[in-house]
Design a protein around this ligand. Structure first.
Ligand code: NDP
Length: 454
């Protein structure tokens, strides 16, 4: 595969990066392993200052770093800047709390004096996607930097400049060689790295296909893995919902990052008596978008990340329509050279339609009408995925009761999906396993080492 930067707004090929050689991979593993041996002798608190410095640099260089994202994968410049700020917040969060989170935990036992230490496990392989090129790295990097697990990064083949920019700012913040090594490696080299005895685990964010391949390799080598995969999140509007609140957030919950968000709301589930009202609202909001240059702050609809992604989404929409779905709005070409996809609303998706259980990774909303709360919950759960979900109700206990019945790793009540350093992120079913962020993310690759003194 070729690692290339192609601007999805202009379609210009801006840069091609040569693939890493096997010798470069071996050298990176060697350097990371040496660092691991050094880090094992040092307390996590000694790594705190570098993460704070990384956060400072990212805030100072926010606009330049954001431009790399926008030029390479097309996102709106404002959203790119917000991603850089979020990364800085994650770095600060683990710098502030990581050492405390890694304190030993004492145990009560009649067998003696016992505790478990929380220790590093070794080198991690990180396989990351293009949709949030910095944030996806930072979710793994910041906690594991505190833990003391050096990392080898294999980023998406269409975001190599973002990967290089991230590795560069990490290095300039003072992180030692081997702490994060960005390598333009092939799938076979990922396999080689996972199998290497110096590597302790692998964290992947991406598709089910990629996740299954990498998880299989980890399993075959008895290495731990975390999988952050797709989602088809339900947005349930209960009959006692505050409609003003719903209308403030529903459209953006689908359109943010041009809909290319694993935890975006993708299936809107509405009670029959408000169904027409909701559709009319969503259509009006979707029609407001201004496609254009994502570097221009006035633009509100960015291109999708690549021609391949746009073609895949169009194929899914075409197949949905062929199977009986109705296009309530959108699905018209946008007369610009970039990889634009008009925000689209699909209705009448029946259970036998392929779209019923597919993730659409772009600005396409599926809207369903239901006649009871039980039907809403059953529909939300009738999915191979289980990443996030959203419930709107004016009654907190009612909303909480419904939230608890949803098969999802995350549920937000009366607000759109969210990610923050202090909130665990992850899913169940085909959305993967393991959690990132918060203490749970830091625990993912830690040896909880029992020490018992009789
Ligand atoms: P992929 O899973 O193909 O890509 C994610 C990362 O995994 C990339 O770095 C990719 O490398 C790598 N990868 C894929 N297969 C392998 C393998 N066998 N061995 C090693 N590395 C591998 O996702 P796509 O970019 O193709 O996106 C397709 C779909 O994935 C989307 O439509 C969406 O449904 C889902 N997705 C979910 C994301 C999330 O946040 N959970 C983010 C992005 C996508 P390379 O780029 O070189 O192929």
């Amino acid at each position: 595969m070729a690692y290339q930067t192609i601007n999805p707004y202009t379609n210009d090929l801006l840069k091609t990066y040569p693939n890493a050689t096997d010798a470069e991979l071996e050298s990176a593993l060697n350097t990371s392993d040496q660092l691991y041996q050094t880090w094992r002798e040092q307390a996590p608190v000694t790594r705190q200052a570098t993460l704070h410095q990384l956060a400072t640099l990212m805030r100072t260089e926010k606009h330049a770093l954001a431009q790399v994202l926008t030029t390479e994968m097309g996102k709106l410049i404002g959203e790119a800047e917000a991603e850089v700020t979020l990364c800085a917040d994650i770095a600060d969060y683990f710098a502030d709390h990581g050492a405390d989170m890694l304190q030993p935990t004492s145990l009560t036992t009649s067998a003696g004096k016992a505790y478990y230490a929380k220790q590093a496990v070794g080198i991690l392989v990180m396989v990351e996607p293009w949709n949030f090129p910095y944030y996806q790295i930072m979710r793994v990097f910041a906690p594991n930097y505190m833990v003391g697990n050096p990392m080898i990064l294999k980023h998406a083949s269409n975001t190599p400049s973002s990967a290089a920019a991230f590795a560069d700012v990490v290095s300039r913040a003072g992180a030692p060689a081997g702490s994060l090594t960005n390598l333009f490696i092939s799938y076979d080299q990922v396999k080689t790295a996972i199998a290497d005895k110096r590597v302790a685990g692998v964290a992947l964010t991406g598709s089910e296909r990629g996740g299954a391949a990498v998880a299989q390799e980890a399993g075959a080598n008895l290495k731990k893995s975390t999988m952050e995969l797709g989602g088809n999140d339900a947005f349930i509007i209960l009959d006692d919902a505050d409609w003003d609140l719903v209308k403030q957030v529903a459209a953006q919950a689908r359109l943010f990052n041009t809909g290319q968000v694993c935890s975006a709301s993708k299936r809107f589930i509405v009670m029959a008596d408000r169904y027409d009202d909701f559709l009319a609202y969503l259509k009006t909001e979707f029609a407001k978008v201004q496609p254009g240059d994502p570097l221009d702050p006035a633009t509100t609809l960015a291109p999708m990340n690549s021609a391949r992604a746009k073609q895949k989404l169009q194929k899914q929409v075409d197949e949905a329509i062929a199977a009986g779905a109705h296009v309530y709005a959108g699905n018209q070409p946008i007369d610009l050279p970039g990889q634009f996809f008009q925000p689209t609303i699909l209705t009448d998706i029946t259970k036998d339609n392929p779209a019923y259980d597919q993730e659409m990774f772009g600005p396409v909303a599926a809207v369903y009408q239901v006649h009871s709360e039980a039907e809403a919950i059953a529909l939300a759960n009738d999915s191979s995925y289980g990443l996030g979900s959203t419930v709107f109700s004016n009654d907190p206990e009612h909303a909480d009761r419904v939230a608890q019945q949803l098969e999802a790793g995350m549920t937000t009540i009366n607000r759109a999906w969210i990610t923050a350093p202090e909130l665990p992120f992850g899913g169940v079913k085909h959305s993967g396993y393991g959690r990132e962020l918060y203490q749970l993310g830091l625990n993912a690759f830690v040896n909880e080492h029992l020490i018992l003194n009789a």
